[in-house]
Design a protein around this ligand. Sequence first.
Ligand SMILES: Nc1ncnc2c1ncn2[C@@H]1O[C@H](COP(=O)(O)OP(=O)(O)O)[C@@H](O)[C@H]1O
Ligand SMILES: [Mg+2]
Length: 219
Amino acid sequence: MAHPDNLFLDGVTLCAGHKTILDHVTLTVPITGMTLLAGRNGSGKSTFLKACLGLVRLQNGVLLVKGQPPETACKQIGYMPQGLNDAALMIPAISHVMAAMNGAQWGVSLPSRNRRENAERLLALTGALSFARRPLGLLSGGERQRVCLAQALTDNPKTLLLDEPLAALDHEAQHQIVSLLDTLTRELGISILMTSHETEALDGKVSRILKLENGSLHV
Ligand SMILES: Nc1ncnc2c1ncn2[C@@H]1O[C@H](COP(=O)(O)OP(=O)(O)O)[C@@H](O)[C@H]1O
Ligand SMILES: [Mg+2]
């Protein structure tokens, strides 16, 4: 059912270039709490997250994220793409967060003082305030992920789509990020759909695992 807690697919076919990622998939699954999107490298996890945001078109079928088509749903989704491009590494952490504000809205943006205060609030929430003024390129992997999470949290999203947020982190940093994500789901009621190969760090924290393989998606 196209329920506000669900991810809903009806006859969805999704391709990336010549590769078929989803082949006529019909599935309804809740995405409250933390959901892990698993699958081998190249199975199409990143492409599927982009389809949920309306960045990649379906070949066929209907996809609804929390009851809404991707183009509408994306206004209430925070997205953390896989990896950071080199250009971002020179930018101070706080500017990275401020740059994303009002990204999905029309109209007049917040005055810069409010934007700064808002960015500081988000950086504090993710434990990144103490390095807010340092360029991303000079931060550790775990520190950088905290800044990227603060960026994804701008505009108060109800859902977060996180693409490999634990990649390239040591075990301790992985556990810290997972515990932060767990807090976001429990205290702010945010639904998290994330890709990761680090299943050990996620032990006991994910509500369900969605497996993407050979053109199918199942729980
Ligand atoms: N824009 C594109 N054009 C052509 N092929 C693509 C494109 N994007 C992704 N692919 C291919 O689709 C497959 C799935 O990619 P991706 O979604 O990045 O997988 P995953 O995130 O699971 O590793 C890969 O084989 C990749 O090379
Ligand atoms: Mg990927």
